[in-house]
Ligand binder design. Structure first.
Ligand code: GLN
Length: 485
């Protein structure tokens, strides 16, 4: 019987400091749950290292909230001497010689890394079905008919199933915040530059963010204090001061929250809309002001195509180093061209190849103007529109996803409003690099729904404060899927 797995990081920290539990006991329990997992969350185990670290941590560190806490990390972060594949065959067997900065910071705190989690191959995708280890299931649906969502599927499923209280993901379009909605989790992506991306495998660096899952807003704030801050190894990381987010929550009284009405109206799910509106009423009762605004429909419909062109173009260029020579296995061939062609033909799945074809096409000299540069211009217009909403409002609050996690065979009509807008609006936070958090809203048919709160750059404190209040109002702190029998 598990004793500790449903505690939050903050609660476990208290128990550890009081010596009511040891890091080793926590690691052993998490490792056992990981072995019993039926949702396909694990890419690579770090069991031996975890047990060694957990046994040698010494005295509890009162000021280190992650000391002795078992954690999981998405397999697109470099972990020294531990296989790191980003769920792609082209990286099978690749063992980096260094730790990503976020991994180093977690280790320095005394966190116990117990393994690497599955993802959509190279973090491209949103279903949790395209990694080389197959489908990752949503633990909320014991029949295994609904997606976990991705790309950070393994990390999301592991936190939702109560294996660990914290797991690292990454977010280029919504890959933390969408699965968080489908898994009843807190999923947070702070401002672009707030957390170092050194050692995060690049997908589309102008959009890539470190993000993570927890089961409470307080834990999300604690994690930010540990992970944020300047890193000389990542020139895009900010040297702004890291705040004490976990002790400076400021409530919602007097805060202005914008609702983008024509994003909300693209959602058809009645319960999602009702629950969202009743949460808004409760926030108003606590002293928040809700301002209903609109964005140009053309800009909203441009989110998805703009995202696809920019992310595929950047992905094509940034993944050119996966040539079958520098990392991972050889796939045969006598010349460099043959080796590369074989590696990229056999090492990537269809989805990745399709995206590289789109990216190469957009970057071709004759297409650059009409595709790549046009997408950059569209991005600028979209970002300007979002930022103009945030001039008079402290945050933007929206349903995080159109519905509960879809069934595997449910194929969205990609030209419908519901898909173009309701399924893709979280990318606004990536285009503009804004802090953006998803938290649970309610439960529908036994599956969670989520809301998303976005704020101005580097105003993580505001976003977390609104999220904490919303978490109190929904009462859905520490949600947990129940475990597969
Ligand atoms: N679902 C988006 C995509 O398919 C987002 C991926 C991400 O954020 N890593 O690319």
């Amino acid at each position: 019987m598990e004793k500790y797995s449903l505690y939050s990081v903050a609660e476990l920290h208290d128990l550890l400091v009081k010596k009511e539990v040891t890091p080793l006991e926590l690691a052993q329990e998490a490792i056992r749950l990981l072995k019993e997992d039926k949702n396909n969350v694990l890419e690579a185990s770090m069991e031996d290292e975890a047990l060694e670290v957990a046994s040698s941590l010494g005295e509890p560190q009162v000021d280190a909230p992650f000391w002795g806490i078992p954690v999981l990390v998405k397999d697109n972060y470099s972990t020294k001497n531990v296989e790191s594949t980003a769920s792609s065959d082209i990286l099978n067997g690749y063992r980096p010689v260094f730790d990503a900065e976020v991994i180093a910071r977690l280790k320095k705190q005394g966190a116990v890394l117990i393994g690497k989690t599955t993802l959509d191959e190279l973090a491209m995708g949103g279903s949790g079905t395209t990694g080389h280890k197959g489908i990752t299931y949503n633990p909320w649906d014991q029949k295994h008919e609904r997606i976990m969502g991705g790309s950070s599927c393994g990390s999301a499923a592991a936190v939702a199933a109560g294996i660990v209280p914290f797991a690292l993901g990454s977010d280029t379009g919504d890959s933390v915040r969408k699965p968080a909605s489908f898994g009843g989790l807190v999923g947070f992506k702070p401002t672009w530059g707030r957390i170092s991306r050194f050692g995060l495998f690049p997908f589309a660096p102008s959009l890539d963010h470190v993000g993570y899952f927890t089961r409470s807003v307080l834990d999300a704030a604690l994690a930010l204090e540990v992970l944020a801050g300047r890193d000389e190894k990542d020139a895009t990381s900010s040297s702004r001061k890291v705040e004490k987010y976990s002790s400076s929550f400021s409530g919602v009284k007097g805060k202005k929250l914008a609702v983008i009405d024509n994003i909300v109206s693209s959602i058809k799910d009645k319960q999602n809309l009702n629950d969202f509106n009743s949460l808004l009423d409760k926030l108003v009762a606590e002293g928040a002001h809700i301002n209903h605004v609109k964005m140009d429909a053309k800009l909203l419909n441009a989110i998805y195509p703009t995202y696809i062109v920019i992310s595929c173009a950047e992905a094509t260029s940034n993944n050119a180093n996966l040539d079958g020579v520098k990392f991972g296995p050889r796939f045969g061939g006598n010349t460099y061209e043959e080796v590369m062609t074989n590696a990229r033909t056999k090492g990537f799945s269809e989805l990745i190849k399709r995206r590289f074809v789109i990216g190469s096409f957009a970057l071709m000299k004759e297409n650059q103007e009409v595709l790549f540069l046009r997408a950059q211009k569209a991005r600028k217009l979209i970002v300007d529109a979002v930022n103009s909403i945030l001039v008079d409002n402290d945050s933007i609050i929206l349903p995080a996803a159109p519905s509960i996690a879809p069934l595997f065979h449910e194929d969205a009509d990609k030209l419908s409003d519901t898909y173009l807008v309701a399924d893709n609006h979280l990318a606004l936070g990536n285009f503009a690099g804004l802090p953006s958090i998803t938290i649970p809203l309610s439960i529908e048919k036994g599956m969670p729904l989520g809301i998303n709160i976005m704020g101005r750059p580097f105003e993580e404190g505001t976003v977390l404060s609104i999220a904490l209040e919303a978490e109190r109002l929904t009462g859905l702190k520490g949600l947990y899927s129940g475990r597969d029998k």
